[in-house]
Design a protein around this ligand. Structure first.
Ligand code: COA
Length: 536
């Protein structure tokens, strides 16, 4: 394998400007992540402390192994939603290492409305379950939840299987041999009660955990009977009478200790994981801050990004002289082999065909695929159409959609139009999709969309024999441009779970390494591809 040459000059004015811009974006990211980490503010923290409880984040930290390896999924979900009362959508989840094993962890954020489940929180839990299922990860749920958020209950029945889907997934994952473990720290009412109910192992904290379908007030209203919550659903009752509690813990810390022990005792299926000796990139990942221009219209060589993500910056580039707007090649990340596809311009027929062939090769070799998106879309225009861009682009989209190996996507710059699909956007089920704060997603750029709408409007009026008012058209143009700008903002995307999180570019390699390790929890090599390689 050849080491990539870098042409980045950290002292150049472009680099310095790009870096300053990226640092501004990262300061904003960090500020927002801090808000999410401190959900509920001082009031919620004080309340938990008064009750002798750990906060959800402290529980998580104690559950994880000492190195704290954890990739938090969508920490800024629901940003700008629900009057900003539920940063992270009231849920904390992610992939982490517990007792030496990679698992999925989900926690209600009890600091927000008693851990009640918001619609986007339900979506976020389901996304985490999808990741757990695809990668074969056991799940530990840290439970303290008031059940459905009654202010948004109707939305829980929206398309997308929010209402109850999480419990359905728990049963199916258990049936597929993926252990479900619940640790209950406090109230788990109604929907909150079903998480331990559907788990293979349950741990409850004595005098704190209360699990019931309906609390004492609702029981009184429904049946007229008086009861106290300990008799109705206390941990001791569930341990000695109902049988819902397998392990009775003395306090939060004891419950976490028991949870770690359960994970340590899980049997694991061993299969060969082809992993080379890992080594750091030859070029400093710190340089990633200065590579993406603040103006996404300015091109940059995606090889500069690859050189700072892959082991030893070594890259075996495939068909280098053909379809140069798409860079394809083989590399390793922390010792895991990957096929990398990165954009160096719009996708032409040649680049789409090269990608199709390359994706098939990765499936043949049984290695995961990484897409680095900075894409304005497929090429448009007479030449491109006559050459068959629709059918060649469709071949690429087909290869991405049916690839039989795990795929990962990082949006480093623009992600526009069908380029988003062709480069394994959300709809193509990459195992993880993360974005850099410099990214933007839209069907096209705001300026192009505004111009398209102006032309369409002018044409419609011309057909009616009306002279279009230039001022009105300009006003419409700027409205469209502003809307596109707002909606293509990475925070707009992440708030609605279009991705699995916005990350610092310097952490890309670590996030991908964790994702690749998770993917190899299942035997990637076990399923042969359905086809051979069609030469394109
Ligand atoms: N939906 C929306 N908000 C809820 C909620 C729910 N299901 N349950 C609680 N909240 C809110 C409260 O209004 C309160 O809001 P505030 O911080 O703005 O004042 C906050 O969550 C904390 O609730 P509180 O009752 O003060 O906390 P607690 O720790 O003393 O009690 C519960 C927690 C869960 C036992 C109690 O709130 C409760 O019984 N909630 C109703 C549970 C229920 O019946 N769910 C049915 C869902 S189908």
């Amino acid at each position: 394998m050849a080491r990539l040459d870098s042409h980045v000059h950290p002292k150049s004015s472009d680099f310095v400007r790009n870096r300053a811009h990226m640092l501004d974006l990262l300061a904003q990211l960090s500020e927002r992540q801090t808000v999410a980490r401190n959900a509920g503010g001082a009031k919620a923290a004080q309340r938990l402390a008064q009750r002798g409880k750990l906060s959800p984040r402290e529980r998580l930290e104690r559950l994880l192994d000492r190195d704290g390896e954890f990739f938090e999924l969508s920490p800024l979900a629901a940003w700008g939603h629900y009057d900003d009362e539920a940063p992270g959508a009231g849920v904390i989840n992610g992939i982490g290492r517990v007792s030496g094993r990679l698992i999925m962890i989900g926690s209600n954020d009890t600091r927000v409305k008693g851990g009640a489940i918001y619609p986007l929180g339900a979506d976020k839990m389901i996304r985490a379950q999808t990741i757990a299922r695809e990668n074969g990860l056991p799940t530990v749920s840290l439970v303290e939840s008031a059940g459905a958020n009654l202010m948004y209950q109707a939305e829980l029945f929206a398309p997308g299987h929010r209402g109850g889907r999480g419990f359905c997934n728990q049963a199916r994952m258990s049936a597929a041999g993926l252990p479900q473990i619940a640790i209950v720290f406090g109230n788990a009412t109604a929907g909150g009660a079903y998480v331990p109910g559907m788990s293979d192992y349950t741990v409850m904290v004595q005098n704190q955990a209360k699990v019931f379908l309906a609390g004492p007030p609702l029981v009184k209203a429904a049946t007229g009977a008086d009861c106290d919550d300990e008799t109705l659903g206390g941990a001791h009752m569930h341990h000695t009478v109902s049988g819902l509690c397998d392990y009775l813990a003395q306090d939060d810390a004891d419950a976490i200790r028991i949870g770690r022990q359960i994970v340590a005792n899980l049997t694991s299926k061993h299969h060969p994981v082809p992993r080379a000796v890992a080594c750091q990139p030859a070029y400093d990942p710190e340089d990633l801050l200065g590579i993406v221009p603040s103006d996404l219209k300015i091109p940059f060589d995606i090889r500069e990004v690859i050189a700072r993500i892959v082991d030893a910056s070594e890259f075996d580039e495939f068909r280098i002289g053909y379809g140069p707007t798409l860079v394809c090649g083989f590399a390793h990340i922390e010792g895991f082999q990957v096929g990398v596809l990165g954009n160096n311009g719009p996708l032409f027929s040649e680049s789409a065909l090269k990608a199709t062939h390359f994706i098939q090769l990765c499936c043949q070799k049984r290695i995961p695929i990484l897409y680095l998106q900075n894409i304005t879309g497929f090429m448009v225009g007479v030449d491109a159409e006559r050459k068959g861009i629709v059918k060649d682009g469709a071949k690429m989209v087909h290869a991405v959609a049916t690839a039989s190996v795990p795929q990962f996507t990082v949006l480093v710059g623009g992600s526009f139009g069908a380029g988003n699909y062709g480069m394994c956007g959300r709809a193509y089920d990459p195992r993880l999709l993360v974005t850099w704060p410099s990214s933007r997603i839209a069907v096209m750029g705001g300026e192009q969309a505004a111009r398209v709408m102006r032309i369409v409007q002018e044409e419609a009026m011309r057909k009616l024999g009306i002279q279009a008012d230039a001022d009105e058209l300009s006003a419409m143009e700027s409205t469209v441009k502003e809307e596109f700008l707002r909606q293509s903002d990475p925070y707009f995307a992440t708030s609605q779970l279009w991705d699995d999180g916005i990350i610092d570019p310097r952490h890309t390699r670590q996030v991908l390494a964790l994702g690749l390790e998770a993917a190899w929890q299942r035997d990637v090599a076990a399923q042969p591809p359905a086809f051979g390689v069609f030469r394109m």
